[in-house]
Design a protein around this ligand. Structure first.
Ligand code: UDX
Length: 448
């Protein structure tokens, strides 16, 4: 089919455009950013995402992909227009709809025959109905037929190409058979269950998924804190939970809290529009506040350890391993590591960091944090090593080699990726998440 993707050089737009192109569709990726479009024509990707370079090469080989800034031309050529522009959060938590509005008006001005307009961007529930109205109001050719469809994406950073090419499901929210039929045809080469529903429910599915994922993480982070307080071991707790088919053991690793561009933003947006619609959002609020607590707990623990060391804060060297919000990406948006750094900076300690993918932090960190080129430089003379991202190379750290370079042997492993006994054997004081440093008996004795 002939497809135009508006916002076609962005994260979602590019993966979607290329993914559809390698499935044999004729795709035009449109963007207002001339530099990115020119770059893509010369095989320069505007973002790093595993496998995207190969996808681009394959689409070019098939000659099914075009990059352009000429939106009107592209829209006229296509049967399906996918909108994948950014929907950032505003300070209130509400979604900034300016880019979507511009794209919809552009579509309204360009369409001259029946088209299906697919909203891929994550948008507040109700956007589909609103988009229909907006297009109608701005049609250059009044009366021309069109349908609006919601087709949310479920792409994870670092796995987006795989997630697009091998989706667990494809959700199609439409209110006409004609539109549903066209989107079904678009995806007919994909081996995935199709969920067809109305537009509003489809929009809700996306928020329901991300809110559930976040809830699951806040839940296990809370259970980890309780485990630590009562002397239970979170690894065993999760193992025991995972055999219950209703629960499973996946997406249940406690940590420094969820980050990234999506989960926080989407829950804030959900809270915002749910409240406007008169719904109760106590659970969602708790999910966010639990999440914010994770880095506060780590920061508090660090303060306690500094006090126990009896060294002035400005003489304490902290080594942070991992800066991105999760392994496999260089994305710093909403990264718990950055959040922790901001709290540590306030304490006036010396901070050195290393991340295999991140080579610089934000401007505000220029004078307060050194981002090192190699792990050992970051570790040198450290009093406290804090692992913030679960990069595979941190799992296999040579602890004996590390021990020779540090001032005090304390590892705070916020991803629980290092074996406690291995750390202790190498002479480290080990602190994980949900792993008590006192036995249940000691805790009980202290409480009585
Ligand atoms: C998420 C959703 O998974 C995806 O479906 C949606 O389209 C976009 O948002 P992403 O943000 O790329 O994807 O990352 P994800 O792998 O879900 O991780 C989110 C955060 O949770 C990360 O900070 C990660 O470190 C954390 N996490 C994840 C945990 O702390 N423990 C886990 O077990 C899993």
């Amino acid at each position: 089919m002939k497809v135009t993707v508006i916002g076609g050089t962005g994260y979602i737009g590019l993966v979607t455009g290329l993914g559809l192109a390698v499935h044999g569709n004729e795709v035009i990726c449109v963007d207002i950013d001339q530099t990115k479009i020119d770059g893509l024509k010369q095989d320069i990707l505007p973002i790093y995402e595993r496998g995207l370079d190969e996808l681009l090469a394959e689409a070019k080989e098939l000659a099914t992909i075009t990059f352009t800034t000429a939106a009107e031309f592209a829209i006229r050529q296509s049967d399906i227009i996918m909108i994948a522009v950014g929907t950032p959060a505003m300070a209130s938590g509400a979604t900034d709809m300016r880019q979507i509005t511009t794209a919809l008006k552009q579509v309204a001005q360009a369409i001259d025959r029946y088209k299906v307009i697919v909203i891929k961007s994550t948008v507040p529930v109700g956007t589909g109905a609103w988009a229909k109205q907006l297009i109608k109001q701005h049609l250059k050719k009044p009366g021309v037929a069109f349908d609006v469809v919601s087709n949310p994406e479920f792409l994870r950073e670092g796995k987006a190409v795989k997630d697009f090419l091998h989706p667990e499901r494809i959700v199609i929210g439409a209110d006409t058979k004609r539109a549903t039929g066209m989107i079904k045809t678009l995806y007919h080469t994909f081996d995935a269950p199709l969920i067809t529903t109305d537009i509003t429910s489809s929009e809700m599915i996306k928020y329901a998924c991300n809110a559930y994922l976040a809830t699951r993480l806040s839940y296990i982070n809370e259970i980890a804190e309780i485990s630590e307080c009562v002397g239970a071991d979170i690894h065993s707790v999760i193992a025991g939970m995972s055999y219950d088919n209703r629960i499973g053991g996946h997406y249940l690793n406690p940590g420094p809290g969820f980050g990234g561009p999506c989960l926080n933003k989407d829950i804030n947006a959900l809270i915002h529009f749910a409240q406007q619609a008169g719904a109760d959002v106590n659970l969602l609020r708790a999910v966010l506040s639990r999440n914010a607590r994770q880095t506060k707990n780590i920061s508090h623990y660090v303060s306690q350890q500094i006090q126990a060391l009896g060294i002035a804060n400005e003489n304490v060297n902290i080594c942070l391993l991992g800066l991105s919000f999760k392994a496999g990406t260089d994305d710093l948006r909403n990264s718990p590591a950055v959040d922790l750094i901001d709290q540590l900076v306030e304490k006036g300690v010396v901070i050195k960091a290393y991340d295999p993918a991140v080579k610089a932090l934000y401007k505000r960190h220029a004078t307060t944090v050194s981002v090192c080129d190699d792990l050992f430089s970051a570790v040198d003379q450290a009093h406290i090593i804090i692992i913030m991202t679960e990069w595979p190379q941190f799992k296999q750290l040579d602890l004996n080699a590390l021990k020779k370079r540090i001032k005090y042997p304390l590892i705070v492993d916020t991803r629980n990726i290092i074996n406690v006994h291995r750390a202790q054997l190498a002479g480290f004081v080990y602190k994980g998440i949900g792993i008590a440093d006192r036995s249940a008996l000691e805790i009980m004795d202290a409480a009585l």
